[in-house]
Ligand binder design. Sequence first.
Ligand SMILES: Cc1cc2nc3c(=O)[nH]c(=O)nc-3n(C[C@H](O)[C@H](O)[C@H](O)COP(=O)(O)OP(=O)(O)OC[C@H]3O[C@@H](n4cnc5c(N)ncnc54)[C@H](O)[C@@H]3O)c2cc1C
Length: 490
Amino acid sequence: MRCVVIGSGITGMTAALLLARQGHGVTLIEACDHAAPLLRGFERNELRFDTGFHCGGGVHRDGILRRWLRVLGVEASLEGITTSHSDVFMFSDGKEYRLPSGLRPVVAASERQFPGSGKPMENFLLLISQELASSPYLNPDIHSEPKGILADAGCLNDYLDKAGFPPHLRAMLSSRCLLYGVPPSLASWRDYTLVAGPYFQSCGSWHGGGAALVDALMHALQEAGVTLRLGCAVNAIEADTIEGVHSVVLNDGTRMPCERCFFTGHPSQLQSLLSHGLLRPAYLHHIADLPETNAALLLFAETYDALRDDESLFLLPSPYEMTTSDTEISWAAIMAKSSIYVYCGRPAADGRKPVMAVLFIPSANLPEGNPQPRPSSYVAWKRQAVESLRLAIEYRVPGLRGAWRIIDAATPLTMRHWIYGSTGSLYGVSHQRTSMPLFPSTRVPGLFLAGQNVLLPGVLGGIVSAAVAVGFAFGHNTVLKEFRACTAKE
Ligand SMILES: Cc1cc2nc3c(=O)[nH]c(=O)nc-3n(C[C@H](O)[C@H](O)[C@H](O)COP(=O)(O)OP(=O)(O)OC[C@H]3O[C@@H](n4cnc5c(N)ncnc54)[C@H](O)[C@@H]3O)c2cc1C
């Protein structure tokens, strides 16, 4: 069957690969002129910055992400896979704690730093492992339909309340869901277990990060016979409600016939891609009203030795100052109240290390769309924002003063440009417990949705979402056969 996959991020590449392996004729279409712009990251001053993947959870031999990399046939191409990542939590009240990765080390570190918390932590991690083991797309031993990952299982805060952790430890655990853009009060337990859960089991990366993964997947796609069209945005999906999808139209006017179409971009595009009447008004309203994750300001810098290799710093407000809306900060409050994430990568050959810092910001005052050239008010705002963030980070991490150099910065406008059709938010749609999720199948026969906007963000979220969408299109067992077979070989 002829299939078109729109968008070549981790989701699109995974879907294309799974479809081609099932014997379908697949074309993968990407608006940007190179594949997987987010996942590939970028290079400045001969230093590579991993944007879409700097570390992942579940990378140990039997880990969930590692298994899927094996299923996709790229595990062997990824060299130097580590599981030694560690997180440092620095609170504005001066308290500092560490969490390693690995279930036993996490329990031991918890008990050492917060006496009496070892047992509750063990129980908390057990619940996460049970949740992760309940879906057929995450556990090859489950042979049932994938209801689990689409259903609700309560709020993260309820689980944290029940665990009775001390405030700083609770804040450390909560901060992990800010990493995928949802405040703890709105995060669902199930989403937390899928996105943050594997990070407790093991966390790490490999040489070349996201770019190495893209290269390995591109090779696999080529071998599987997938046709790749880069630099072509899809402008229309042609379909009717009886026969379903029959073609897509590219921005150069090319019409590509297909019977199945997998869309991995932002769902807000659907209204303009499909002709009037194909989707119900209520569905279009739903898509238009989907909450977005916060926008972010990102700094890209270099340092020699001010930070450790492959380490994440969470600069958090004191847990007594945190509010449920602490991602909605004003510039004036940056110094005291914001949560800032800083990641230091592995050194390049000359010893320089890439540093990325992320601060969630409200995007309300930014210009609409993707204006070129950038308005002068925006340029001034960006300059001031970058400087404020640099000072805020140096205030919290004094060792960085004079020991790092900012090379570049990205704002929500950069994100809009970088990932075609994005609204500028960091991880697209915010999967809040209270909002109704999008389903992979649509009312239009043959049109399926996948990606971070449909299931969850993260490389694992994208891979699983692609597999689920292909499962909805051609049967779950067909997709899961490979996943299960892969484990049988171990
Ligand atoms: C700063 C940052 C750091 C991150 N760090 C990590 C990390 O360490 N670990 C981790 O697991 N995750 C991380 N993530 C999240 C992860 O990168 C994303 O969730 C994931 O890459 C999203 O993949 P996707 O395929 O769903 O979407 P995307 O990568 O956005 O792919 C969608 C693609 O569709 C294309 N497209 C859209 N519309 C059209 C159209 N009409 N025609 C043609 N093409 C179209 C876009 O150009 C885009 O390339 C990070 C994200 C960010 C922003």
